[in-house]
Design a binder for this molecule. Structure first.
Ligand SMILES: C[S@@+](CC[C@H](N)C(=O)[O-])C[C@H]1O[C@@H](n2cnc3c(N)ncnc32)[C@H](O)[C@@H]1O
Length: 224
């Protein structure tokens, strides 16, 4: 057994390591959005058609509470606003990304902008739809992934929906220079099976703004 002094030092060291990796993650994304325009990042879509078509299929009320996780510089929420949805939130680790999206959307629209690491998010309400394109796959540690699974399970109303899009097993191994986790339909279904039933899934190729291709999987889950 470690002497008391040593175990205290060890706890402090682990705490510092955690804080450092958290802020490094944030710093990475702040730097990306400070230095790169929309057309200089691989994930950008002028119109996120796949996500919007999936939302349309769900036939939600226009007052449904919808959150875009890792929304970044996506036009997803702006497009939903145009369609008349009124209870919209965007969460991202990067305050700069949210600032840019706020400018694009304009100040008249009432969108809830939440600048936080998803792993620190403590929602004040449950959502009818939780949308995540290309944020979840940046979680690569088992513990973080389980934390996200628990969070999303507790944050969606019964009967509500979860649209999750990640790199597929034939997609890239990295994004923005960071390691990612790839997923198959079977893996996602099994990860979320305790609280969600799979409604549909498909794979698709995203053409990046610089004409390369990335394989994505889209899944739609329904909260039991
Ligand atoms: C590849 S981009 C995708 C952006 C957007 N969802 C889209 O489809 O265009 C990943 C986004 O997730 C955000 N992100 C990465 N890790 C995050 C975390 N731990 N918590 C919250 N947001 C995160 C990044 O800042 C970035 O905006």
């Amino acid at each position: 057994m470690l002497p008391l002094l040593h175990s205290k030092k060890l706890i402090l060291y682990i705490f510092k390591l955690n804080v450092r990796s958290m802020s490094e993650r944030k710093l990475h994304w702040e730097r990306v959005y400070e230095t790169k325009g929309d057309l200089e990042v691989s994930w950008y879509q002028e119109v996120p058609n796949e996500s919007l078509e999936l939302v349309a299929d769900l036939k939600l009320e226009k007052t449904s509470a919808i959150i875009d996780i890792g929304g970044g510089n996506s036009n997803f929420t702006a497009e939903l606003l145009k369609k008349g949805y009124s209870d919209l939130s965007i969460l991202d680790i990067s305050a700069k990304a949210l600032e840019r999206t706020k400018e694009k959307i304009g100040s008249i629209a009432s969108v809830d902008f939440i600048a936080t690491d998803i792993l620190d998010f403590q929602p004040e309400k449950q959502f009818d739809l939780w949308h995540d394109r290309a944020a979840f796959h940046f979680l690569t540690e088992e513990k973080q992934i389980q934390q996200y699974v628990d969070l999303v399970s507790n944050s969606i109303v019964s009967g509500g929906f979860f649209i999750l899009s990640t790199f597929s097993t034939s997609g890239p191994l990295k994004c923005s220079g960071l390691d990612i986790s790839q997923y198959s339909k079977e893996k996602l279904e099994s990860m979320f099976k305790n609280t969600f039933e799979l409604v549909q899934s498909f794979e698709t190729v995203h053409a990046t703004p610089f004409d390369t291709e990335q394989n994505f999987i889209y899944t739609v889950f329904r909260r039991r």
